[in-house]
Ligand binder design. Structure first.
Ligand SMILES: N[C@@H](CCC(=O)N[C@@H](CS)C(=O)NCC(=O)O)C(=O)O
Length: 277
């Protein structure tokens, strides 16, 4: 591990979200700083904490350096066979059970059960409809970096299987991860796939724009002065699309909405620079 990533790891592992954890009384979010799905969860946690620090769950951050393969260790693949971030290990005070949530959608659901103000009843149906549109696609084909365009999305798990020194148990995990990788990313760069994902993303962004069109008053969030879980998701996707230069999917209204939230502490505390490396 380089000095930079070592210090990043130490720094991030010590940052706490929510209240100061009591001994063994906090959940753990495994995350990567530039992962879109990690960012949206962290922003939702920040918004929930801003709305109500008393009900905000205690969540400690654990950095997973995906670039360095932290997500391909035997330990991590045992936690989550897909080897992805984010993953939340929930620990509830007084309860012995630990639950592992390995989909950001499930983590958001868990958070909203703790902080219903993130999903206000008056807008619940609309928010859930929009979230359903967001989770109908994986954003990767929209956010492929130039080096991945030429070299493909490298299957690091498959490469590690070439190493004869890994244990049998680790090998079995890597085989599962490798298949998952190929299933998820096969065809990610095909123009037809990109077009399909673009049109799915457009449906989501149209739903967000429709909410913005109805917005009254001068609040910066979708429903005015208070953030909801949908703001966390929408602004994270918009920020990634902006940073990667995929402006064909954006409108002035969406960009203005995104710019305003990007200046808030809930955002800048979590993503100080760009959403891409
Ligand atoms: N459906 C998952 C997607 C998570 C995801 O795609 N994570 C990416 C980073 S944004 C990842 O872990 N990539 C590394 C890998 O797949 O090996 C969720 O919503 O949590």
């Amino acid at each position: 591990m380089s000095t930079l990533s070592q210090s990043l790891a130490m720094h991030n592992a010590s940052i706490l979200q929510g209240k100061k954890p009591q001994e063994e009384n906090h959940s753990i979010l495994h995350y990567s700083p530039y992962s879109l799905y990690s960012i949206l969860v962290r922003v939702a946690l920040g918004m929930g904490r801003k709305l109500n620090p008393d009900t905000a769950p205690e969540v400690r951050l654990q950095l997973v350096n995906v670039q360095q393969g932290d997500n391909l260790t035997h330990e991590y693949l045992t936690l989550t066979p897909k080897g992805q971030v984010p993953v939340l290990k929930t620990i509830s005070p007084g309860l012995p059970e630990v639950e592992v949530l390995a989909e950001s959608q499930d983590i958001l659901r868990w958070l909203c059960s703790k902080q219903p103000e993130l999903m206000p009843e008056a807008h619940q149906e609309e928010i859930q409809r929009a979230l359903h549109l967001f989770y109908s696609f994986h954003a990767k084909p929209l956010t492929i970096r130039p080096e991945e365009k030429s070299g493909g999305i490298v299957n690091h798990a498959a490469a590690m299987l070439e190493n004869p020194d890994i244990t049998d148990a680790h090998r079995r995990c890597l085989e599962v991860k490798s298949i998952f990788h190929d299933t998820l990313h096969s065809g990610s760069q095909d123009p037809d796939t990109v077009r399909e994902v673009e049109s799915q993303a457009r449906l989501f962004l149209d739903a967000v724009a429709e909410i913005l069109d109805k917005r009254a008053g001068d609040g910066i969030y979708l429903y005015g002065g208070s953030p909801t879980v949908l703001d966390a998701v929408a602004v994270s996707l918009l920020a990634r699309l902006m940073d990667i230069g995929r402006t064909n999917l954006l409108t002035d209204t969406l960009i203005r909405y995104h710019n305003a939230i990007r200046q808030t502490r809930e955002w800048t505390d979590i993503v100080p620079g760009s959403t891409v490396v």
